[in-house]
Design a binder for this molecule. Sequence first.
Ligand code: HEM
Length: 161
Amino acid sequence: MESGMPLTGGQRALIRESWRRVSSSPEQHGLVLFTRLFDLDPDLLPLFQYNCKQFASPQECLSAPEFLDHIRKVMLVIDAAVSHLENLSCLEEYLCNLGKKHQAVGVKTESFSTVGESLLYMLEKCLGTAFSPEVQEAWSKLYSAVVKAMQRGWDTHPEGD
Ligand code: HEM
C-alpha cells in the first residue's frame, strides 16, 4: 500500500501498544469517535439511513443498533490494519472496494479527514498522557494509508469492473 514514508518499527510498536487499550472496548471507543464526528460535521448524519429512515438527531443515530453495527465494522477495519502493519498491501483490494461502497452511499472523500481527526481525538481521550506526538504521528500515517487505499475506490469507474 503506497502512503509516502512507510511506518518504522518503532511506529508499528506504538500503534500496537496503543490499540491494545482501545480494542479492549471497541464499541465504547467507537462511540467517542462517532460522537466527535457528528460534533465536527453534523451534515454527515443523513448519510446514515437504514430502511430509508432518517435519524432526527446524532443522539438517535448513536443509539441505533444498525449504527452500532457500523461502529463495530469501522473498528474491525482499523483492527485489521493494526494486525497487518507489516503487510498493509494485502488489505488494498478490500479497502478499495470499501471505498466504492462509501462512494455509492454518498460519502465524499473529504469527510475522511474529519473521520481522521475524530480518530485522533478518540485515541487522545483513551490514552491520556500516553498519547504522545510520536503516537499521534504513527496513527496519522496509518490512517492516511488506509484512506488512500479507500480513495482508490473513488478513482475507478464503477462500470469498469
Ligand atoms: C464519513 C464517514 C462514513 C460514513 C458516512 C459511512 C457510512 C456508511 C454507510 C451508510 C454504510 C452502509 C450501511 C452500514 O453498513 O452501516 C457503511 C458501511 C461500512 N462502512 Fe462506513 N462510513 C464512514 C466511514 C467509514 C470508515 C472510516 C470505515 C473504516 C475504516 C468504514 C467501514 C465500513 C464498513 C466495513 C462497512 C460495511 C461494508 C459492507 O457492507 O461490506 N466506514 N458506511
